[in-house]
Design a protein around this ligand. Structure first.
Ligand code: M6R
Length: 592
């Protein structure tokens, strides 16, 4: 969702802001803008559309060293020129960009209107700019104004602020939405994540909730409720933040084909000389707990379903909750229940809300599984385990899902100290490489289904978990309406939707359910639906669409899900869709 960049110092602000916004495009957005300060003048450029368009509006020769930029994913008000950020306060004292949602903005907006303020947009951001001005009116001090603003406003905000009278300081505040400071030699940076800053900053400061302050060419000052805070520096691995396409036409296909290297990297990070090197206390906590529950959204939720199966196979009780549901109806099934929060971005607002609820209990330990070092979920959980999958740019998650499943497999194996498991996991790469080699088959299938209005995915057991993920992937990027069902549920309703040529993707990777699934396939063909069957050798019959080598029933999901990722990719490609930036979606869902 919305992305923020900011800069002050010696480095060319235009270059950083434009390139920075480009590197945040993957988060999802509909409009973009920047404000830069030259002398005492603040110049603002805004567009509805892409950063490339914004770039054409900004004079190439401007020489500025302080500025802020924003990509907006509309929440309050449609994508329009007036709603684009940056927004300025009525008397032009404050110009700001914002990521988050102000919950009491109607109330505060009315208060400000009573005081004579006028609003030119539908955004909650313009309210923040005017609250800052209002607070400044009574304190005459920018930092006190920001602190006052944080107290008056409820909800989430990461803001970068230009104050009209200072052309050497860039102000900021953070609550719930992500914001990082990048420390360069004679320049300081702000951004929603480390990507825009990785080429310039040597170290980073991950701001925590309710911190505010300013950066200048040579200093960083952080405060919380009027009290100066010590900056905690962190670093990032530039290799994991590499965004080169390396010759691939889209990030999605590049990321699918990185899956084998992600698996090898995971094993490298968590297994040393045949022994697991997870945090010992974390593994002990998992061992002691009878009940381990997952909380996640979207693709991470689907990976958690596989995790639940893994944990049940070693005798644990396990549940999986959708974060936005658990947040409103929290359930605790056991006094020693441990919660695993799975999130690629580590910044998903719904999951963060759940973590806050958990942290308030002081009794239930939390473990975050995330791909994003320094993210809120990583920092605020009792324990965390990184995915080391490398930055995922395509909005549709692929390699992160596989890394989540692989990490969950390693975790359950570490709990029972199964030292053979890492080798089995590494061996899976042969199967995955074989799938990659045969990707043209998935393009041929996509060609046949590309004009379908509806598609269905069927499976049982772990194949059903894969079906759910495959269906989500297809709808996300091809915009073909798609649903997934357990094979047995078909005749309890969904079969009513099967018409002539309706594509149904069916999976059989387990002998136990082979016959039952074949029954389901017959029910579909009897209604003239078209079955595309993906089956293991031992379950194959003539005319199956795609046959996979027999493989470990827990790990084969890593291969079958890859098939669904390719199917979605090629269907979207053939339909001419924007694969890496599908409509309406955001990579990092930072609002509830
Ligand atoms: O960053 P997270 O894993 O917490 O994100 C959760 C979902 O928003 C995400 O998986 C979403 O479903 C993706 N677009 C899936 O491709």
């Amino acid at each position: 969702m919305c992305g923020i960049v900011g800069i002050v110092g010696d480095y060319d602000a235009r270059n950083y802001l434009i390139n920075g916004l480009k590197s945040l495009e993957y988060r999802g957005y509909d409009s973009a803008g920047i404000s830069v300060m030259s002398g005492k003048e603040i110049m603002t450029y805004r567009v509805v559309g892409r950063v490339n368009l914004l770039e054409t509006k900004i004079p190439s020769l401007i020489n500025v060293n302080l500025g802020i930029g924003h990509t907006r994913w509309a929440t309050h008000g449609e994508p329009s020129f007036n709603n684009c950020h940056p927004h300025k306060s009525n008397h032009g004292l404050f110009t700001i960009v914002h990521n988050g949602v102000i919950e009491n903005f109607h109330e505060i907006k009315n208060e400000l209107i009573q005081k004579g303020y006028t609003f030119y947009s539908e955004t909650d951001t313009e309210v923040i700019a005017n609250v800052l001005e209002d607070e400044y009116g009574s304190t005459n001090d920018v930092l006190s104004a920001i602190n006052g603003c944080l107290k008056r406003l409820h909800g989430s905000l990461a803001i970068a602020i230009i104050f009209k009278n200072f052309n050497d300081k860039l102000f900021f505040a953070k609550r719930k939405s992500p914001l990082l400071i990048g420390v360069g030699e004679t320049t300081h940076y702000l951004a929603s994540d480390a990507l825009p800053m990785i080429k310039y900053a040597k170290k980073f400061i991950d701001l925590t909730d309710n911190q505010y302050g300013f950066i200048s060419k040579n200093e960083v000052k952080i405060f919380q409720d009027g009290i100066k805070q010590r900056a905690k520096y962190t670093t990032r691995n530039a290799e994991l933040l590499n965004t080169d396409l390396n010759g691939f036409p889209h990030y999605m296909i590049k990321e699918i084909e990185e899956i084998p290297s992600c698996i090898s990297r995971l094993v490298d990070n968590y297994v040393n000389n045949g022994s697991y090197c997870f945090n010992k206390e974390m593994i002990e906590t998992l061992r002691k707990s009878k009940c381990i529950s997952f909380i996640a959204c979207g693709t991470s939720y689907h990976a958690s379903l596989i995790g639940k199966n893994y944990l049940e196979s070693i005798g644990k009780t396990s549940n999986v909750y959708i974060a936005s549901e658990w947040a409103y109806f929290p359930k605790f099934l056991d006094e020693n229940e441990v919660f695993i929060l799975v999130s690629q971005s580590g910044e998903t607002a719904d999951v963060i809300t759940c973590l806050k609820i958990l942290n308030q209990t002081h009794t239930h330990p939390s473990i975050t599984i995330t791909n994003t070092k320094g993210s809120t979920l990583e920092r605020d959980a009792t324990y965390s385990a990184l995915l080391y999958a490398g930055v995922e740019i395509a909005v549709a998650s692929t390699k992160a899902y596989n890394a989540q499943v692989a990490l969950l497999y390693l975790l359950k194996s570490a709990i029972i100290n199964d030292t053979n498991a890492p080798f089995k996991l590494l061996d899976t790469n042969n199967l995955l490489t074989d799938i990659i080699k045969r990707k043209e088959s998935f393009k041929e299938i996509a060609e046949k289904i590309k004009n379908a209005h509806h598609a269905f995915f069927l499976g049982r057991g772990l194949d059903y978990c894969v079906a759910l993920e495959g269906s989500l992937k297809l709808k996300e990027i091809s915009y073909i309406h798609s649903e997934a069902f357990p094979g047995g549920e078909l005749k309890h309703g969904p079969i009513a939707l099967i018409e002539e040529n309706t594509p149904v993707f069916g999976f059989i990777t387990n002998k136990r359910i082979s016959q039952a699934m074949r029954g389901n396939f017959s029910e579909i063909t009897a209604r003239k639906g078209t079955i595309y069957s993906f089956v293991t050798k031992e379950n194959a019959i003539d005319n199956d669409t795609f046959v996979i080598e027999n493989y470990d029933s827990e790990l084969i999901v890593l291969a079958t899900v890859m098939i669904t990722q390719y199917l979605a990719y090629y269907a979207a490609l053939l339909r001419g869709n924007d694969i890496d930036k599908p409509r309406n979606l955001a990579k990092s869902v930072t609002v509830e």
